[in-house]
Design a protein around this ligand. Structure first.
Ligand code: ADP
Ligand code: ZN
Ligand code: ZN
Length: 818
């Protein structure tokens, strides 16, 4: 047994007891295959489990070790760097190691799938084969395809043979999920003979074989391969014409696997780098100086909307590629629009993989594979693209760095910003975080020198910022205007439409949907399972719970007191739409909210229609706040700016400031001057005032001052512990016990708050309480306190009790208990 290697494997069971590597023997026949990051099958007690190889321990006790049964991929899905990153994530975000590993690979690799072998395209032309290779080829020729298992049962066929043949392109190994193939094949037609032979054959065809002759002439002129559907539509021919010519040996037909490119069929016009303005140039230098030296730096690029940040990213990527390194661009899912993708594909063409949530599992896997095999060097995508398995990352860009969506709200509860920083440090890569409204945390870090700071204060070509008017809604009410629209907004809207321009009306969804209230007793109709009001949906006259999906008909009588005086309150997008129709008849409105964009592609369709001038007004929620760039828009209206100010969250002011600043940036981005009207009940609030006055510096300084005084991030770190239980009494007891356990074990500067009722005290019939712990460690390293928390979690005996632990949650009211 000497000379045998031992591999440490983390198995795919996300539980406390299995959350450590187990050692296995690497059998000789798998010796070449097993690497760090390999996915393997191992015996585990009576079961067979999938796991990841995370290391090769030097200390080996070979006794009692069982062998690895199988290696599941020809190329390990993870790199050693990612395996190490997963270890760090598990410790920092308190999740099992396997959960972190799983988060890095496409879903296809998590599910059940079959490995199937086929002959590679063009294999036949390869000539002489013998022995086991021949056995396998014959079997494949006969059966078309074989599972890997069947192939390995053939005489003399080994894994390394299969791998060698796959590397030479003789074999194609394909993963299939259920019956669906994860790779798509296309049929290509090419000339099988020299032009002269085709010409001769064409001459000999019978007179009425018009189509065949035409097709031959096509290939006499075009010697390249062409997709069969393209060929047929070009010549107006049918498949039988091709069949005949293939049978005669004049044309060659083959199936090739293709990547399903979600942007296939779109052509991207090639763009050239613009010559940078002096301001852009100076930012660009701050990025490429460390990039050229392979030195890790984090650059916070605070640049107003339209200041040319994206152009800088593009040129920095070019620089990265020239060095032979790779680049990742993270953008919020919502801004991953065709407009955005076009800018990257236009500059880098086929070197870009796009990972967005609209992809099917198979499509996502295809994009991921292009990254893993080195076929592309740029990955652009939402949060999880931060794990793109590039071997030599040079640049990582996080656009709109302040966005909440970079924090994952379920396990592993990572923040892409932190993961990015970690990866960049490991690779000696430059991290660029761009935004018009930095998070307070990043702003503060840049202020105290933790990040390099680059600023772009002017829009490209000095296009002016729109003037912002703040309207006090209390005044409106006092003067008898009960409408959703202030007189000013209405006037501006009318003027805008009269000019033939377009307007964007923005409504914050959170806490602002329509609900049903009894006018006698003042009770709102609540979800029977969650302590929140049900939302009214006019389209089908129902009330719906946004947390658990509970739906009921609109009651005729108040469920609490039986009164029939029920009315609808709040201002959902539907209500605004109706009021618009009433006050300004004939206005063409496109509404974008969760209801109108549920169907795949709807989002894009609505935006395209608006861009083409099919409507006067675009009315919507958060989803229209950013990333849109319409030349015709000269008015932006915010229906009520203060709806998020009152959320129980220390980031409420920051959110409000960011949102208003982003929304205002939508007006007048092109040649036409724009205008912004913000309606609010709290015009004196600093976040609203400073957003309107475009005083970012003042806002951040004020916000930092408050956070410091109240001790909130960035002046401390937070753990949020969310407990839930169907029984309120047992929950309270568990909460108090946890607090008593933790209190004497707090980390440096630790402060324990709670247990208190969670912002939503009940969801899906489970009561919820939380404990918040503030502490001082501001590095990215895990503290020993994490072990205390793990201990707490491991010690919970009640199976009904759930505890979710979130580090630096982006929202105190969100967060799960899983
Ligand atoms: P941001 O990403 O900061 O919002 P963009 O990169 O989208 O800004 O730039 C805003 C607009 O200005 C775009 O239409 C872009 O093509 C244009 N632009 C950017 N840089 C330049 C430049 N150096 N010269 C001319 N136009 C530019
Ligand atoms: Zn509910
Ligand atoms: Zn009532």
């Amino acid at each position: 047994m000497s000379g045998e290697r031992v591999a440490s494997v983390v198995v795919d069971v996300a539980a406390e007891a299995t959350d450590k590597p187990f050692d296995y023997l690497v059998p000789p026949e798998l010796e070449e295959e097993v690497a760090i990051g390999s996915r393997v099958k191992v015996p585990f007690g009576p079961r067979k489990l999938v796991g990841y190889v995370v290391g090769f321990p030097a200390e080996r006790d070979l006794r009692h070790l069982k062998p690895i049964l199988d290696v599941m991929d020809l190329t390990p899905p993870l790199t050693p760097e990612l395996v190490k990153l997963a270890r760090w994530m598990a410790r920092v975000y308190l999740c099992p190691w396997i959960t972190a590993l799983q988060a890095m690979v496409p879903a296809v690799l998590k599910g059940k799938y079959r490995r199937v072998l086929r002959l590679g395209p063009g294999f036949v032309s390869e000539g002489f084969i013998a022995g086991a290779e021949e056995t396998l080829v014959r079997a494949l020729q006969k059966k078309g395809e074989l599972s890997l298992k069947e192939a390995l049962e053939l005489e003399g066929v080994s894994r390394s043979l299969v791998r060698r043949m796959a590397e030479k392109g003789h074999l194609v190994v394909e993963e299939r999920v259920g019956d669906r193939t994860t790779r798509k094949r296309q049929t290509w037609i090419s000339p099988a003979q020299p032009a002269a032979v085709l010409r001769e054959a064409a001459g000999k065809l019978p007179k009425n074989a018009l189509r065949q002759r035409e097709m031959l002439h096509f290939f006499i002129e075009h010697r390249e391969d062409i997709l069969q559907p393209a060929l047929l539509s070009r010549l107006g021919a049918t498949k039988s014409t091709v069949d005949r010519l293939v049978d005669k040996g004049l044309l060659h037909r083959e199936e090739r696997e293709t990547y399903r490119d979600p942007f296939a069929g779109r052509s991207f016009e090639k763009t050239e780098p613009l010559s940078l303005t002096p301001a852009q140039e100076s930012v660009f230098q701050k990025i490429v100086a460390p990039l050229r030296e392979g030195r890790h730096r984090t650059v916070l690029l605070h640049g107003v909307t339209g200041s040319g940040k994206t152009e800088i990213y593009l040129q920095a990527i070019t620089e990265t590629l020239n060095q032979g390194r790779q680049a990742i661009v993270l953008v919020p899912e919502i801004s991953l629009t065709p407009q955005m993708v076009k800018r990257f594909k236009g500059r880098f063409g086929g070197r870009v993989a796009v990972l967005h949530s609209g992809l099917s599992h198979g499509e996502r896997y295809d994009e991921w594979r292009k990254i893993r095999t080195g076929e592309v060097q740029v990955a652009i995508g939402a949060r999880s693209a931060v794990f793109a398995p590039f071997p030599d990352l040079g640049l990582l860009v996080i656009d709109e760095e302040h966005e909440n969506s970079y924090k994952q709200e379920e396990q592993p509860r990572y923040h892409a910003r932190e993961v990015a920083r970690r990866r960049c440090a490991e690779h000696g890569a430059v991290l660029v975080m761009g935004t018009a409204t930095p998070s307070v945390e990043s702003y503060y870090r840049a202020r105290v020198g933790g990040y390099d700071w680059a600023q772009l204060t002017e829009r490209v070509h000095n296009r002016p910022f729109p003037p912002v008017e703040v309207v006090d809604l209390r005044e409106e009410l006092r003067s008898g205007n009960r409408s959703i629209f202030s007189r000013s907004l209405k006037e501006q809207l009318q003027a805008c439409v009269d000019r033939g321009d377009q307007a964007v009306l923005f409504l914050n969804r959170r806490g602002f949907s329509t609900f049903v209230l009894c006018r006698e007793c003042g009770e709102s109709v609540e979800c029977p399972h969650c302590d929140i009001s049900l939302t009214y949906h006019r389209t089908n006259q129902t009330l719906r719970c946004h947390y658990c999906g509970y739906t009921r008909q609109v009651p005729r009588e108040c469920p609490s007191c039986g009164s029939s005086h029920i009315r609808y309150f709040g201002t959902g997008t539907q209500r605004v739409e109706e009021e618009l129709a009433r006050t300004m008849p004939g206005l063409r409105v496109i509404r974008m909210d969760v209801d109108t964009t549920r169907r795949k592609g709807a989002h894009e369709r609505l935006l395209t229609a608006f861009g083409k001038g099919k409507a006067d007004v675009l009315l919507g929620t958060q989803m229209i706040a950013k990333g849109l760039d319409f030349p015709g828009v000269t008015l932006v209206g915010v229906i009520a700016a203060d709806t998020m100010l009152h959320l129980p969250d220390f980031r409420a002011a920051e959110r409000t400031f960011q949102l208003l600043t982003q929304v205002s940036g939508r007006a007048g981005r092109h040649d036409k001057p724009g205008r912004v009207v913000i309606q609010t009940y709290s015009p004196e609030h600093y976040s609203i005032r400073m957003a309107a006055e475009q005083k970012a510096e003042s806002f951040y300084r004020e916000e930092c001052r408050l956070r410091k005084r109240l001790r909130y991030p960035p002046f401390c770190r937070l753990f949020t512990l969310l407990f839930s239980h169907p029984d309120r009494v047992k929950l309270m007891q568990a909460g108090s016990r946890a607090a008593r356990f933790l209190a004497p074990r707090l980390p440096e500067g630790g402060e324990l708050l709670g247990p208190v009722s969670a912002p939503i005290p009940r969801i899906k019939d489970r009561y919820r309480i939380q404990i918040i712990i503030k502490y001082n460690n501001l590095t990215d390293e895990p503290t020993g306190f994490v072990e205390t928390l793990r201990g707490l979690k491991a010690g919970l005996k009640d199976p009904e009790l759930r505890l979710g632990i979130d580090r630096d949650g982006v929202s105190l009211s969100a967060g799960g208990d899983g």
